[in-house]
Design a protein around this ligand. Sequence first.
Ligand code: DCP
Ligand code: MG
Ligand code: MN
Length: 344
Amino acid sequence: GRACSLGAGNAELADVFDEMAVQPPIRGIKGDRIRRMAYSRAADALRRHPAAILSGSEAQAIQGVGAGMARRLDEVLETGELKELAELRQDPVVISVRELRSVYGIGPKFAAELMEKHGVHSLAQLRESVEAGSVTLSAVQRVGLRLADELRIRIPRAEAQEIEVAILHARDSLAASVDGPQDLVVVICGSYRRGKAECGDIDCLITSDTYTSNSAIPRLKQATSGDLLTRFVNALRANSLITDDLASGPSKYMGVCKLPGPGRLHRRLDIRYIPRDQFYFGMLYFTGPRSLSIDMRLRAIEKGMVLNEYCLASKDDPDDRVLVGSERQIFEALQVPYKEPHER
Ligand code: DCP
Ligand code: MG
Ligand code: MN
């Protein structure tokens, strides 16, 4: 519970909403995405707000905070907690859904089906049912279930650094191979780049000079990514770093890695292959945190532009892009003081 309602800062209030946003749905999954977004938006708005929020009505004046959220804020400010959240934390259905959904590949629908049709409420029961043959999982869900307990453990920074070294080593061995790419740039972003002491996963961005887009709408007109991502993933596999694949596409790979040797845990690895001309926009976005991206997008809108993970462009002419050779130049273009990754 919360110690003192009067001491509740905006960040603490935002934490309550963030926790609500990650609660699994209880009354069906319809409209759940909207509910989650409302909580996340409110949390982001509170975090960004420069002055301490002392009442719901005060908060409602901020964009992103509606009447429902204002009422909840009043409750937290007055009682020190949100009853809904306290109840959700103890709700057995919610606890079961959360446990089942902690498996990579199990979404809200399947979790509900497991509970209602198969009476499966925990990972132990899920393992039994799979063993007995009454529940069938996809290959990805089987990986998720097998590694569920390991994958929820966060990665200490020292280990993330070792993984980075191993990934860069694989990059170098790929470069040294026959027709190996000499220009493959590899940067670990996410919480790791922000200097956090622990990371949830490894977010790896790669680019090469041979991969560029010439449109502001890369999803529509993307230069062919070639097979460099596949070759890079194969190199990581050849270096015994990747143990399992979860999902992949032409510019995105999701899988599991583990450092060689005894006593190591499986870790989630995301790789994104980004066109060279979009790389710094991708770096900014995938370094996060999300709140910084939101701030900078709002700043771009104020200047009649659009910022996303691909580019900074004129609102009226998406082909009128700002070309940058560093993240710093994105900050400069928006006249926002530069922040080093560890300050973000
Ligand atoms: N990101 C975002 N919006 C999302 C998801 C991600 O802006 N809905 C960006 C910001 C994140 C980055 O991508 O910092 C990487 O996503 P992660 O989920 O891996 O988040 P972090 O690396 O920041 O945290 P963690 O340590 O939990 O992995
Ligand atoms: Mg991450
Ligand atoms: Mn990630």
